[in-house]
Design a protein. Sequence first.
Length: 80
Amino acid sequence: MDSRQSQSRSSFSVKKAFRRFEDLKAEFFKVHWTEDGNVRSYAKIVIVATFICGMVLYIADLIVQHALFGIDGLLRVIFG
């Protein structure tokens, strides 16, 4: 009798899992997916914006680095 109960429990959980999978599949059909051309153009925009931000940070780093070297040199001249 125990084996029948365990089989019914396992088949119930399998049915439940399949039902959840079907519900998930139905939800995916409801999603409004972005068109392929839009995704590519958005990806290009993100890549260019990332590159520009990286270059701005690099230039700002160079400016700060040279300013600190200048201050260091000035302090060495003043205080020896």
